[in-house]
Design a protein around this ligand. Structure first.
Ligand code: ASP
Ligand code: MG
Length: 293
């Protein structure tokens, strides 16, 4: 069993989602697919929150654009028989967002904590919508809701992962894995009060690692928009060389130093169990990529 994580650019357009579908359906073993929001959507959700909090209605055209982009993607990738159902799901989430933003803009004196909880509930919607589309796009895919098993607790005003509880809940969610499963990256739930939380920007990689570790997956694959890790920044150096393999420690060092390829906390849970992590390119899927082990 493998855990495949697809980032925002991989699920960001009709063309890239077609590649995602080919990659997922071409797998010979059971897979859990973890997805980010459509590229740029998380930033837009946060920007709209800021606008609504300032009492402005300027979030409305942005929300209309977000809605239209999801509808276009549904029309381009979801089989016709599923399009109505998929559009209805996404419309429901867009309606939720409308009311969340309306609440924020009309109630600017809400206590700080309530504003923060609304903002956290809002930012979950990117992954909730992208995962609905991916699940509808792939026949037979089983949808899951990550806040049911990715749990955080508030410590010093931050959402901190409840690692052991999360591990147990993931194991309960998947007593066995067969076929294709789809879950949201990034999003989580407060273990005590059940308001929505998240693992931090870029946290979908971490969701995938937590699932891979809890289920002792054979491997984790991070599907992104680059061929893998390079020995130096390929945008700056023409002679940058793609690395076919590296150790967890080497990859961790690059991530800590700011390489944006993997979210820094991701490697620890899989490294502890020796689960290999592949970095692969959705836009160039035949390149083997970099394996971290
Ligand atoms: N969508 C979230 C973000 O943009 C999480 C992720 O992409 O990993 O930060
Ligand atoms: Mg990322």
């Amino acid at each position: 069993m493998k855990v495949l994580k697809f980032g925002g650019t991989s699920v960001g357009s009709v063309e890239s989602l077609r590649n995602v579908k080919d990659i997922v359906t071409g797998q010979k073993e059971p897979v859990i697919v973890v997805v980010s929001a459509l590229g740029g959507v998380t930033n837009q959700l946060i920007e709209m929150t800021r606008l609504a909090q300032s009492g402005s209605n300027d979030y409305e055209p942005i929300l209309a654009q977000v809605a239209q982009r999801h509808r276009d993607v549904i029309a381009g990738v979801v089989p016709e028989a599923m399009q109505g159902q998929c559009s209805a799901i996404v419309t429901q989430f867009i309606d939720n967002l409308h009311s969340f933003y309306g609440t924020l803009s009309l109630n600017r004196d809400l206590p700080q904590q309530e504003q923060q909880r609304l903002a956290d509930a809002i930012v979950c919607h990117g992954e909730v919508m992208s995962s609905a589309i991916v699940a509808c796009m792939i026949e037979g895919a089983v949808p899951h809701f990550s806040p049911n098993f990715i749990k955080t607790r508030e410590r010093d005003g931050r959402h901190v992962l409840e690692a052991e509880l999360t591990r147990q809940l993931i194991a309960n969610e998947w007593p066995a894995v067969e076929g294709i499963h789809v879950a949201q990256g990034f999003i989580a739930d407060d273990a005590d009060e059940h308001f929505k939380t998240n693992l931090g920007r870029g946290g979908s990689d971490y969701t995938a690692a937590l699932i891979a570790a809890a289920l002792r997956a054979d491997s984790q694959e991070i599907w992104t928009d680059v061929d893998g890790f390079y020995d130096k920044d390929p945008r700056k150096y023409d002679d940058a060389r793609l690395l076919d393999q590296m150790t967890y420690a080497q990859a961790q060092e690059l991530c800590d130093a700011g390489a944006k390829v993997i979210y820094p906390p991701t490697l620890r849970p899989v490294a502890e169990l020796g689960i290999p992590v592949w970095v692969k390119n959705t836009f160039n899927p035949t390149v083997p990529g970099t394996v971290i082990r």
